[in-house]
Structure formats: C-alpha cells, structure tokens
Design a binder for this molecule. Structure first.
Ligand SMILES: [Zn+2]
Length: 119
C-alpha cells in the first residue's frame, strides 16, 4: 500500500538548493527559475515555458509514495532538472504532434538512465 509522505519547509529548502545545484552542474543558465511549495498531484514537477525561458519548480506538501528511497528530495530535484534539460526537445516535438504519453515515456527512459549515471 502506498503511504503518505509529507514534505515540510526544511525539505523545500533542500529541494530549492538541490535544484540550483543540478542546474549549475548541468550548465542550465538560460532559464529564469522560480520555486513553489504547494500541494500538487505529484511529488514534484516543473512547469516550463520554452519560449519565455521560464521554469517553476514545485514540491508538493504531501504525496503517496510507494518506494521512498527512489524519491529522496535530491533525486526529485534532479528528476525535475532533467525534465528542464529535455524540455525544449519535448516542446519542439509537441509542435509536430501533441505532447503525448509516448513522448513523456521516452523522456522518462532518458531521465532514469541519466540519474543512474549521475548519482
Ligand atoms: Zn517526470
């Protein structure tokens, strides 16, 4: 059974510093980034505007998480930064075809490979 995991203010500060760390390591400097700690339907997410070059990183307050070890705050931060890394690519793909589950599924394959190599 999934259990509820809470992310408090301390987790949010860690999330913000982790996102900044991974952005720096990957050399992603072209986006204006903002951070929000609010309830969403995922543990974390990034909202990307490829044209305006803005990104809003969110960390939820509570999430149902089945495998906690895969969802440390630093890994969540890296996961979302990797979405930003590939955000322009999926945005470009969406211009030809609506951003659909196949594109997101391939994006997650690349993210999971990169996390195994980076961490
Ligand atoms: Zn994802």
């Amino acid at each position: 059974m999934p259990e509820m995991t809470s992310f408090d203010a301390k987790d949010f500060r860690l999330y913000v510093s982790s996102v900044k760390k991974w952005l720096n390591i990957l050399g992603i400097t072209e986006f204006d980034v903002d951070f929000k700690h609010e309830q969403i339907n995922a543990a974390a997410e990034v909202e990307i505007d490829s044209e305006a070059k803005t990104a809003v990183f969110r960390l939820t307050k509570q999430a149902e998480i089945t495998v906690k070890s895969l969802h440390s705050v630093d890994t969540l931060a890296l996961h979302e930064v990797l979405h930003l890394l590939m955000g322009d690519l999926t945005w470009a793909a969406s211009k030809a075809k609506e951003r659909d589950e196949i594109i997101i599924s391939h994006e997650h394959e690349v993210i999971n490979r990169l996390i195994r190599v980076i961490k």
